[in-house]
Design a binder for this molecule. Structure first.
Ligand SMILES: [Zn+2]
Length: 106
């Protein structure tokens, strides 16, 4: 069974800890097995790469590294607030619900 994550791809999340604390960004990727997420513009690492076909110059590539899903809070699209996520059991399985305004987030 898939691991249920409170974060989904394309969510906007707020970063709760680390050097990017307080920033917000869009979730680019969710890694349920590691309980990690990749967030646009957050936890940027610089990688020095050799020249390759895609990147003939080589050099430094900046990209977001995965961070623990527990370090982010979903921003509810209905009330626009960072919120905890509740679950409601519907006919189509569990749906995410905003703990603040009660609206479904999926
Ligand atoms: Zn809400």
């Amino acid at each position: 069974m898939a691991v249920k994550m409170h974060v989904k791809k394309n969510d906007t999340v707020k970063i709760l800890s680390g050097k990017d604390r307080g920033k917000t960004g869009k979730v680019l990727q969710v890694l349920p097995a590691e309980r990690r997420v990749v967030v646009e513009g957050i936890n940027i690492i610089r990688r020095h790469t050799r020249p390759s076909r895609e990147n003939p110059q080589g050099g430094v590539v900046e990209r977001p590294a995965p961070l623990a899903a527990s370090k982010v809070m979903v921003i509810c699209p209905s009330c626009n607030e960072p919120t905890r996520v509740g679950w409601s059991r519907g006919e189509e399985g569990a749906a995410r619900v905003c703990a603040k305004c009660g609206k479904t987030m999926d």
